[in-house]
Design a protein around this ligand. Structure first.
Ligand code: FE2
Ligand code: ZN
Length: 382
């Protein structure tokens, strides 16, 4: 089912309340009790996840109307407020995804929706379900400050994902399609969101990565990881070799090795930095190397500088999830001091504090010396 450009669609429905004649506006406070619809199957110009999140803000008269009416209202609203360039880009990307969805035949349909007991190893599932900081920390290896590793995916799921990725690459090759690669640095790999994994991955963020991040990275407001970019990277012969030193466009990054057999490909980390200090030196304490293990995840701040060494033999495939928070990004615009998480800001702040302590100490010492002199002088005058 698709909405055409005029907003008409083939479903039988009552005429919707029009935006203009009723003057409907979004509510300031979301209706948390309202269960939003799923907009995945509609051909919309914006992400279906955005529609589901926005639905809770709909005015009362619309909240219980049909899904199509709600989608049309939200689409018009979003279109009205996005700049032309954004609108065109979003529309083209929507068309691109629709093209893939129309012609790509899924190999393992079951992995497109989240099935926690099928996806995760029992230790991971048990720890998250305990819903306590202690439970979560019990499975995490605090490998280096701000970097956590833990067993996460079932071998069976890794196998199915690997087979699905191979199937996607085969489809790309056979259909002679040009696909968008995950980012500017990876020439191989696929964007899972473009192939229909978007809602499954956002659910993974909402139900698992957000609660974990809330505990491990409270400074990035872990509760509001409200969007993501999910993709696969491939290294080895005829694939990418290594990955240069960089930061991710994410608040929190989840990186899980899916396999297969390989040598090399270690990740190296060099401390968390804000925009201003991204090229500053790292301290010895910040140097950390991590060898990948299939099924095992590594979770770190996107601003934790890192790179990947060459995969010297075999074929390595990793699932990467860049989790983003619009709240954190908005707040960051008004902040100057990132000493709660940037290693260099912290270092500079400590330097300023030490200088200020030293200056205060000098003033006190001078005053004490002056006082002693005055006392001495008054005593000798007596
Ligand atoms: Fe990265
Ligand atoms: Zn900084």
């Amino acid at each position: 089912m698709a909405l055409d450009s005029s907003g008409n669609q083939s479903d039988q429905h009552q005429p919707p309340p029009s935006n203009d004649d009723v003057g409907l506006k979004l509510q300031r406070i979301p209706n948390e009790e309202h269960e939003p619809d799923n907009y995945e199957d509609l051909h919309l110009d914006f992400s279906p996840v955005l529609f589901s999140s926005l639905e809770r803000y709909l005015p009362d008269p619309l909240l219980n109307s049909t899904r199509i009416d709600k989608a049309r209202f939200m689409r018009d609203l979003l279109a009205r407020y996005s700049p032309d360039s954004d609108r065109i880009r979003i529309q083209r990307h929507g068309e691109y995804r629709q093209k893939i969805l129309n012609s790509y035949q899924r190999l393992h349909g079951e992995i497109y929706s989240l099935d926690p007991s099928g996806f995760f190893v029992p230790s991971f599932l048990g720890a998250v379900r305990q819903k306590s900081e202690e439970g979560l920390r019990s499975i995490m290896v605090p490998s280096s400050p701000g970097i956590f590793t833990f067993d996460m995916l079932n071998p069976r799921l890794c196998e199915m994902l690997l087979a699905e990725v191979e199937h996607m690459e085969k489809w790309v090759y056979e259909s002679r399609s040009t696909i968008m690669r995950p980012n500017t640095m990876n020439k191989f790999g696929v964007v899972l969101d473009d192939f229909g994994f978007e809602s499954m991955l956002q659910k993974l963020v909402d139900d698992f990565i957000s609660p974990i991040s809330q505990v491990l990275f409270p400074e990035v407001c872990g509760t509001s990881l409200d969007s993501h970019h999910g993709f696969i990277v491939e290294y080895g012969k005829d694939r990418d070799v290594d990955l240069g030193f960089h930061v991710d466009d994410s608040e929190v990054t989840l990186n899980v090795c899916l396999g297969k057999q390989f040598a090399g490909g270690e990740l190296y980390f060099r401390g968390v930095r804000c925009d201003n200090h991204v090229n500053s030196e790292s301290s010895e304490k910040e140097v950390f190397d991590y060898p990948h293990v299939p099924g095992r995840a590594i979770l770190h701040r996107g601003r934790h500088r890192h790179g990947a060494r060459a995969t010297t033999s075999g074929h390595r495939v990793n699932l990467i999830l860049w989790c983003r928070s619009s709240t954190f990004r908005e707040m960051k615009n008004y902040q100057k001091d990132f000493s709660s998480w940037c290693g260099e800001c912290k270092f500079e702040k400590q330097g300023r504090q030490q200088a200020s302590i030293k200056a205060t100490k000098e003033i006190l010492e001078r005053r004490a010396a002056e006082k002693a002199l005055v006392e001495l002088a008054s005593r000798s005058a007596d």
